[in-house]
Design a protein around this ligand. Structure first.
Ligand code: NAD
Length: 247
């Protein structure tokens, strides 16, 4: 393990363009449950039954309540050492750094990262179903009427997250694919690598012969594309790697 940590740090030091992909595993130490695994998100309902447009059309109030519940949990969470380590990497690589996340929890933003592609949206953003505007508005979650009304046009709103069966924002996906195809080091942290199209990004990087590193507590769908796999908790191993990069 020590050797792997040193070798990955050396690789990062020598690379010119770094792309990082994160998944729910990076936020686990912040107390936000992953989708897969024992600690389910909500006792009574399955996320896959609630996180769909069909569920929203059928019962918008229930779906909004579920997101209000999740938002509360996420708001009380704090970025952990792995989020801060990734912010350090952005400070080192500056414009040659892209962070792609599947997480909707805003913890990378709160850790300081600026260049972020949020593939699956952001739970703190609201999207209007009529005028299509996307915005942050903390007050909207205090509305009694569910779904809340858009503050611009009065239309019904939804959380700005990508539900099962929905397409990703084309511009964000294109930027993520470009960042994966143009980097020389691709770091993949805490993702099971089963949710598409995010799961194909490490393969894009591997295809152009970028050096692919995975950090996960277990082998995943990403592992077959990785040149180096570190089986460890992201919050423990990433700060150590970044300390060596800064040395
Ligand atoms: P996932 O739940 O499918 O997989 C999580 C992965 O993280 C697993 O491979 C697990 O082994 C690994 N992991 C767990 N603890 C870890 C740790 N401490 N360090 C490193 N790795 C660890 O997550 P996914 O691949 O991101 O896909 C799930 C989907 O659910 C995504 O679309 C995401 O948007 C959504 N989601 C987001 C959040 C969030 O925003 N925090 C939480 C749950 C689900």
């Amino acid at each position: 393990m020590e050797e792997k940590i040193k070798s990955v740090a050396e690789r990062i030091k020598k690379s010119n363009k770094l792309t990082v992909l994160t998944g729910a595993g990076i936020s686990k130490a912040s107390g936000i449950p992953t989708f897969r695994g024992k600690d389910g998100l909500w006792n009574k309902y399955s996320p896959s039954e609630l996180a769909t447009y069909q569920a929203f059309s059928k019962n918008p109030k229930l779906v909004w309540s579920w997101y209000n519940y999740r938002r509360k949990i996420i708001k009380s969470a704090k970025p952990n050492a792995a989020h801060y380590a990734i912010y350090e990497l952005e400070k080192i690589f500056k414009d040659n750094f892209t962070l792609i996340t599947q997480n909707i929890d805003s913890l990378h933003r709160r850790a300081g990262n600026k260049n972020i592609l949020e593939l699956h949206g952001n739970i703190f953003q609201t999207k209007c179903l009529i005028c299509d505007k996307v915005y942050f508005d903390d007050k909207i979650y205090e509305e009694e009427e569910l779904p809340p009304r858009c503050r611009f046009c009065g239309g019904k709103t939804r959380p700005n997250v990508v539900w099962f069966g929905e397409n990703l924002d084309r511009n964000i996906l294109d930027a993520a694919m470009a960042a994966s195809a143009q980097c020389d080091l691709f770091l993949c942290v805490g993702t099971s690598g089963v949710v598409q199209p995010a799961a194909s990004l490490p393969k894009i990087a591997a295809d152009i012969r970028a050096y692919v590193v995975e950090i996960n507590v277990e082998y995943s769908g990403v592992s077959i594309y990785a040149d180096e796999v570190i089986i460890a908790k992201a919050e423990e191993v990433l700060p150590r790697i970044v300390d060596l990069v800064k040395d």
